[in-house]
Structure formats: structure tokens, C-alpha cells
Design a protein around this ligand. Structure first.
Ligand SMILES: Nc1ncnc2c1ncn2[C@@H]1O[C@H](COP(=O)(O)OP(=O)(O)OP(=O)(O)O)[C@@H](O)[C@H]1O
Ligand SMILES: [Mg+2]
Length: 442
């Protein structure tokens, strides 16, 4: 009798379900039919698994772990465009021959529905384990008056975190004030923070309380604290150490009782190393450092937030959306959200306004999301800019092109503030190097 190939596919499917075998170079060698069904199409043999699974998004924990030879257990967006559905869970098992690593087996499943483990804290929804850990930390530290430093990208919820710290603390009946240190030139910022006395400068026709005094008995959020000019850093440090402020033009220190939470999108330590931020102030501010992961690093959260935001929009809109088409949800999950939750809110508001009927469909989504979906990271619209090589740079360039260079309009398209857009452009080298903090009107 003729020898026949054993039924590998059936055997692997029986043992592991939707699974894909990789060689030691992380190239796909074999996939079960069950995997093709789950992933929404045939799995291309020979393709590099990290690129196939994670595209070329800047942060790719799964791809990085695979490349580093670490076992993986996480969530990835569904790789095949238009497949629809929610994110997938993926687990990797190393395959050894003796001591030699000869490949990997990837086992896929439907990611747990977000409703499985969702939590909410002061309006912040998540099902992401690292966010949940952060919530626990907030609950623990909120009671004491320790200073909290929140780091996170624009729109990721820094202000909500600060509000939660306030709301969970014994100061919750006191005021909560926020001041954006990036939005005002130095001199104005100083009197906004510390107040001024009548006659301190032209136009100071009466005494004015600063945010420190206005937040007395409560919590003060110093937003974008890394942008604080050095002179004001010194004054802030003094205020924290002496628990008192001296208004501009004044002499007498005014005692204040304020809990400080600060926020920044930058690594404060790097700012210290670059000489732009005082080390002593950093240690005062980051007693409890809290990191807010960007939305693209908590994939299940996109679906969860869509579930939460659609009913909210239904209340406020003429359109009643009963359901989000799976392909639309898949596109949202694949997008990398440089403007984070704020951008997601804007994208949904756009989709509500543009489309009709009870099904929110792929065609209701704005170009940015669709373009990124069609060609992850390299859009023809981004041509002509060598530096538009990261998806974020490409998206900004595209928005600027659509807004014919008008930054205010481009910022609206991206769902971020003008200041944020300018900051991101500067960080990505898309802007002429602006002179930092050199002139009060900058
Ligand atoms: N986890 C979340 N669940 C629900 N809504 C959220 C969540 N995170 C943020 N939001 C919403 O997204 C928007 C942006 O959040 P927030 O203003 O706190 O971000 P931010 O990090 O302070 O942004 P920026 O850096 O631009 O100041 C707000 O409308 C906020 O309510
Ligand atoms: Mg903010």
C-alpha cells in the first residue's frame, strides 16, 4: 500500500486549533485551515510574521517579543484587511530540536470580548491589564497628598487621570484646577500660576489670584509641565517646598494647601538630562510616576470605547446607530491613533455625521483611518516628504496637505489641539526647529 502524508492539518487543528508555524527566521511555513478562517483569509507562506501581524506601527510589543525570542501572549489586530471582527489573541510556543530553536507555533483565538473585564474609573473605560494596574495605583495613592506625575501621549486621558486622583482623595470636595504650561508665554504663565498684585505691571489694575490660590484645599493639575520655562521651574519648586506662593509684584508669601498632579507627554528624565528641566523639581513632582499607555497599545480598548461611545453619541445625534459593521471596527482597531481617545471620539463623531442609517459602516470613516487601513504606514499622499516615514508623520503630512497647510484646520482633522500638532511636528522634525522658550511671545 502506498504511503500517504499524515493529515498534518487535521492533527494540528485537533491539537491547537487556529495555528501557524514559523521557522527560526519568523517566516510563516504552515497554517491550519482553522487559522485561515479565523484570520479572515489565506496565510501567506514565506511572509515575515512580525510584519504580517503588526504592520509597521512604531510600537509592536508582539513583534518585538518574537524578534527577541521571548514567548508571546497578547492581542493583535486581525491582520487581513476587511476581515472584520475583533482583535485576536495570540500565544507563541517555541519549537526546539534538542537545544536548538527551530521555530515557533503561534496559536490564535478570538480576543476576549471587552465586556469580559471592563472597568471604569471616573469616566475612564478600559479592559487593558496595564491600565487596570494603573487604576489600582491611583486608588492607593490618591488618599495621601503625594505628588503624581502622569505621562502619556496627547488625548490618552491624562486630565481624566488627574481628575480621578482628585476625586478619589479627601480633597474631592475642594476645587480641581488645571493649567496648561505649554499654552501661555512665560510672563503670563507666571501670573496665572502665582497671581499678581495690583500695579505689578501695566494692566495689573487689581490683585489677581493665581491657580495655586484658586486650587487651595483641592488639587492643581500642571499640564504639560515639561514645557515650564526654567525661571518658573525655580519658582514652582520654591512654592512646593515652602507651601506658599509669592504673587508677581508681591512680597508676602501666601500659604497654600494644594495637592499637585502634573502631566506631560515627555520623559521628564530625558528633559533633565538635556538641561531643560530641573532635577530637584523632577524629584518633587514624580514621587508617584504613572504611565498611561497609548490607545494603540491597548487594542481591546478600541472596541470597548466604541461600545461605550456609540450610545453616548446616539443621545446627542440625529442618527441612531444600532451596530458597527465588523469591517469598520476592524479598521478602527488597526489604526494607530496618534490622537488617542480624543481622536477616536472625533472619528466617531465624524462617522455619525457623515453616514446615515442604523449601521455605522467602513465608508463612514474619515480618510485618515481608511488610508492607514489600506496601506499601513506608507500612503501615496505622504509623498515628497522623506521624513514622513513613520505612520504618524505620514498622517500629519497628509492632514496638512488636505488642509492646504492651514495648521488649525489640520489639527482639527487630526482631532488634536494646534499646540499638540505643533509639538508633534517638532518632535518628528516636520517643523522648522522652533526656538524654545526664548521669547515670551513664542
Ligand atoms: N479611557 C477613557 N475612557 C473614556 N474616555 C476617555 C478615556 N481616556 C480619555 N478619554 C476622553 O478622551 C478625551 C481626551 O482625554 P484627556 O483630555 O484626559 O487627554 P489628555 O491626555 O489630557 O490630552 P492632552 O495631552 O491633549 O491634554 C476626553 O474627552 C476624555 O474624556
Ligand atoms: Mg490634557
Amino acid at each position: 500500500m502506498k504511503h500517504r502524508e499524515p493529515p498534518w492539518d487535521a492533527a494540528l487543528t485537533a491539537a491547537a486549533g487556529a495555528c501557524v508555524l514559523l521557522d527560526a527566521d519568523l517566516r510563516v511555513r504552515f497554517a491550519t485551515d482553522a487559522a485561515a478562517r479565523l484570520l479572515g483569509g489565506p496565510v501567506p507562506v514565506g511572509i515575515s510574521a512580525p510584519a504580517w501581524l503588526c504592520g509597521d506601527r512604531p510600537k509592536r510589543p508582539i513583534a518585538e517579543a518574537l524578534a527577541a525570542g521571548r514567548p508571546v501572549h497578547g492581542v493583535v489586530p486581525r491582520p487581513s484587511a476587511g476581515a472584520g471582527g475583533r482583535a485576536l489573541s495570540v500565544r507563541s510556543l517555541p519549537l526546539h530540536e534538542g537545544a536548538r530553536l527551530v521555530g515557533w507555533m503561534l496559536i490564535f483565538g478570538e480576543a476576549a470580548r471587552p465586556t469580559d473585564g471592563e472597568v471604569q474609573l471616573f469616566g475612564m473605560w478600559t479592559q487593558d491589564p496595564s491600565m487596570k494596574r494603573m487604576f489600582h495605583i491611583l486608588e492607593k495613592v490618591a488618599r495621601d497628598d503625594v505628588t503624581v506625575l502622569v505621562r502619556g501621549e496627547t488625548g490618552s486621558g491624562k486630565e481624566l487621570v488627574a481628575a480621578a486622583v482628585h476625586g478619589l482623595s479627601s480633597r474631592s470636595r475642594g476645587p480641581f484646577r488645571a493649567i496648561n504650561c505649554a499654552a501661555l508665554p512665560g510672563t503670563l504663565l507666571e501670573s496665572e500660576l502665582f497671581g499678581h498684585v495690583k500695579g505689578a505691571f501695566t494692566g495689573a489694575v487689581r490683585d489677581m489670584k493665581g491657580h495655586f490660590q484658586l486650587a487651595h484645599g483641592g488639587t492643581l493639575l500642571l499640564d504639560e509641565v515639561a514645557e515650564l520655562p526654567l525661571e518658573l521651574q525655580a519658582k514652582l519648586l520654591r512654592a512646593i517646598e515652602t507651601r506658599a506662593v509669592v504673587p508677581v509684584g508681591g512680597r508676602e508669601p501666601i500659604p497654600i494647601d494644594v495637592r499637585i498632579v502634573s502631566a506631560t507627554h515627555r520623559a521628564l528624565r530625558a528633559e533633565v538630562e538635556a538641561g531643560r528641566f530641573r532635577a530637584d523639581l523632577m524629584y518633587r513632582l514624580r514621587v508617584i510616576p504613572v504611565f498611561l499607555p497609548p490607545l494603540r497599545e491597548r487594542p481591546g480598548d478600541v472596541a470597548l470605547l466604541v461600545d461605550k461611545l456609540v450610545p453616548e453619541l446616539n443621545l446627542r445625534s440625529r442618527r441612531a446607530v444600532a451596530r458597527v459593521e465588523p469591517a469598520a471596527l476592524a479598521a478602527l482597531e488597526r489604526y494607530d491613533w496618534p490622537g488617542n481617545v480624543r481622536e477616536l471620539k472625533n472619528v466617531l463623531a465624524y462617522a455619525f455625521a457623515i453616514g446615515d442609517g442604523p449601521v455605522l459602516s467602513l465608508s463612514d470613516l474619515p480618510r485618515d483611518v481608511l488610508d492607514a487601513d489600506a496601506v499601513t504606514g506608507s500612503s501615496p499622499a505622504a509623498e515628497g516628504r522623506a521624513d514622513a516615514s513613520s505612520p504618524e508623520a505620514a498622517r500629519i503630512t497628509r492632514a496638512l496637505a488636505r488642509a492646504t497647510g492651514n495648521r488649525e484646520h489640520a489639527a482639527r482633522l487630526l482631532g488634536v489641539s494646534r499646540v499638540t500638532l505643533w509639538r508633534r511636528m517638532r518632535a518628528l522634525g516636520l517643523d522648522e526647529p522652533a526656538r524654545r522658550r526664548s521669547s515670551p511671545s513664542a
